[in-house]
Design a protein around this ligand. Structure first.
Ligand SMILES: CCCC(=O)SCCNC(=O)CCNC(=O)[C@H](O)C(C)(C)COP(=O)(O)OP(=O)(O)OC[C@H]1O[C@@H](n2cnc3c(N)ncnc32)[C@H](O)[C@@H]1OP(=O)(O)O
Ligand SMILES: [Mg+2]
Length: 233
């Protein structure tokens, strides 16, 4: 019963923030990630992966299941579900897709976060070519962390900013995970959407106008990169 209530309240909040295909036609290569929500001990948790060390990009980093769009994908949701199946053995029909949140930019790709509920009993089967580990984190950790810092960054095109960095100690498994950059950005936004409360650290949004400020941030970043690309042609 509690489980149903937790999911229903999250579902309602998420639907208010669904951007649908609003950003689908931006002329950049596409990638998608799945933000898989599951209820454990009455609380929402997010499932995350650790990238295999032999991958060319971001080896060993914490990431959501996801990847680049392929010609067979009909939309961003298809990409996220196909990649989640390839990487952690999640069957697409076992995911209740709820919404797409505001995109982000990474490595010249527009990355779409697709949010979906997965079964609470889901047992991942990581594909060792791409994923070395899978773990879950309580969603609340991304608004009330016990180990958090900000990290500065600068892209090769000269854009500079800062990013969130969480260290999550999984006491059961006696392991620590560093969750930062794009992955942390999506996890924080998801937690803000669902809990609707102020986090214990500074964020880049106007919390009274979360959706419009997230869209403005994205479009400003997109314009700064895309205008630069056009002027280099
Ligand atoms: C300014 C902020 C900077 C940051 O945020 S970095 C900080 C922390 N890191 C992060 O947050 C991770 C962010 N990255 C991502 O989420 C993902 O890279 C992103 C953008 C969704 C793209 O997804 P990827 O997983 O890189 O793409 P993908 O899954 O399509 O492919 C990954 C590589 O795997 C390869 N691959 C695919 N299927 C395979 C197979 N069956 N066997 C072996 N290799 C396979 C595929 O070719 C790709 O390799 P490559 O990258 O093209 O060299
Ligand atoms: Mg991937």
């Amino acid at each position: 019963m509690e489980r149903r209530r937790v999911k229903e309240s999250a579902r309602r909040r998420l639907r208010e923030f669904d951007v649908g295909d609003r950003f689908s036609r931006l002329p950049l290569p596409k990638a998608s990630v799945l933000l898989p929500l599951t209820v454990r001990a009455g609380k929402l948790h997010l499932l995350l992966t650790v990238r295999a060390m032999q991958l060319r990009r971001s080896p060993g980093e914490v990431c959501f299941p996801g990847g680049k769009r392929e010609a067979i994908d009909k939309d961003e949701i298809d990409t996220a579900l196909r990649e989640a199946k390839e990487e952690v053995g999640l069957q697409p029909e076992k995911v209740e897709v709820v919404c797409r949140l505001v995109d982000a930019l990474l490595m010249n790709h527009v990355v779409t976060p697709v949010v979906g509920f997965i079964e609470d009993t889901f047992q991942a089967t990581p594909n060792p070519d791409e994923v070395s580990d899978v773990f879950v984190v309580p969603l609340e950790y991304f608004v009330k962390p016990s180990n958090y810092k900000t990290l500065p960054y600068k892209t090769s095109s000269g854009y500079s900013g800062w990013m969130h960095c969480f260290i999550y100690d999984d006491h059961e498994r006696k392991m620590s995970f560093k969750i930062w950059g794009l992955t942390a950005h999506f996890a924080v936004f998801l937690a803000l959407v669902i809990f609707g409360k102020h986090p214990t650290f500074k964020v880049e949004y106007d919390l009274d106008n979360l959706i419009s400020s997230a869209e403005t941030n994205f479009m400003n970043l997109y314009a700064s990169i895309y205008e630069r690309k056009k002027s280099n042609l």
